[in-house]
Design a binder for this molecule. Structure first.
Ligand code: NAD
Length: 295
């Protein structure tokens, strides 16, 4: 019998623990963490996402600073804003919502964020630290995947993990995190030969592709655990639009030990991990201990 891995419930619990951590550092150190989110342009999905981030940031007791810039903002103006936030003591975490308008060099902007305020963990120095196993700010979606896996499985040592997708924001960092947990990691991608056979070897499948229901039930080994990161909007049989993941959920539930649903699996973990990163960043900047409720 397969278990639904309930990311929504786990994320709610994590946000509660983040709120406790915020209270602890407030009462013991008189510090209130601040998270700044920068949105350039009017992408509807990004607007919803930024609104949710702002709401959840305030709900856990942190200061939320939102900077909404028009689509035609120049790279120079955006870099100047990041520089101001870098120097603002009330801002402990900075997130620049991606994608940026095409006339702006994304990596230049991301790498202009102060490394210790880079709560998305995309700065090249944080990426490097993750790879060599030093303390860093870990990208939020991959961190969320790892938390759900550890909560469901426990010790991951020796597990065969197949990551489908090799993006810098999900596939690659998830692979590194699982390697750090002593998994044997295979990274599969669009040029992988016989992807079904590769997936069938896996005790853990993490699908981060963006192709609706690519991973079929007969690609999953009996008893495997499946983390579905993909989110795609498709038309259902009734003609209504719905969200689906990269995995054929119903078929995977027939064979797997546990599967994350879409929606309600990995998605809610991302913002919860972002809030956790903001608290971690605050503690490191002030040289104070990270409250154990979130470690
Ligand atoms: P991406 O487009 O940057 O990367 C997709 C990867 O999938 C590539 O490495 C590519 O090689 C691989 N790929 C493409 N087609 C393939 C195929 N047919 N077979 C095997 N591999 C294939 O995407 P991304 O940014 O990593 O996002 C992946 C999915 O995860 C998207 O649906 C995205 O919306 C979702 N996502 C969700 C969250 C969240 O839940 N919070 C966060 C980030 C991304």
């Amino acid at each position: 019998m397969s278990t639904v891995i309930d990311g929504k419930a786990f994320a709610a619990g994590l946000r509660e623990r983040v709120a406790q951590a915020v209270k602890i550092i407030g009462s013991q150190n008189g510090i209130k963490p601040g998270l700044a989110v920068v949105l350039a342009g009017e992408d509807p999905a990004s607007q919803v996402y930024v609104r949710n981030k702002g709401k959840q940031t305030a709900e856990v007791g942190m200061n939320s600073f939102e900077h909404k810039l028009p689509m035609d903002t120049s790279e120079r103006e955006l870099l100047a804003l990041v520089a101001r936030l870098n120097n603002d003591a009330a801002v402990n975490g900075i997130l620049v919502q991606l994608p940026l308008p095409t006339h702006i060099d994304e990596s230049k902007v991301i790498n202009s964020i102060r490394v210790d305020k880079d709560v998305d963990g995309f700065h090249v120095e944080n990426v490097g630290k993750l790879f060599i196993g030093e303390d860093s700010l870990v990208p939020c979606t991959p961190a969320g995947c790892l938390m759900l896996l550890k909560d469901h499985i426990g010790d991951l040592t020796g597990k065969n993990a197949v990551i489908v997708g090799r993006s810098n924001i999900v596939g690659k960092p998830v692979s590194v995190l699982l390697l750090r947990e002593h998994c044997t990691v295979t990274i599969a991608h669009s040029r992988t030969r016989d992807l079904p056979a590769v997936c069938r070897q896996a005790d853990i499948v993490v699908a981060a592709v963006g192709v609706p229901e690519l991973v079929k039930g007969d690609w999953i080994k009996s008893g495997a655990v499946v983390i579905d990161v993909g989110i795609s909007r498709v038309k259902g049989k009734d003609g209504k639009s719905k969200l689906v993941g990269d995995v054929d959920y119903a078929a995977a539930m027939e064979v797997a030990d546990g599967v994350t649903p879409v929606p309600g699996g990995v998605g809610p973990m991302t913002i919860a991990c972002l809030l956790r990163n903001a608290v971690i960043a605050t503690c490191r900047q002030h040289g104070i201990e990270i409250p154990s409720v979130i470690t």
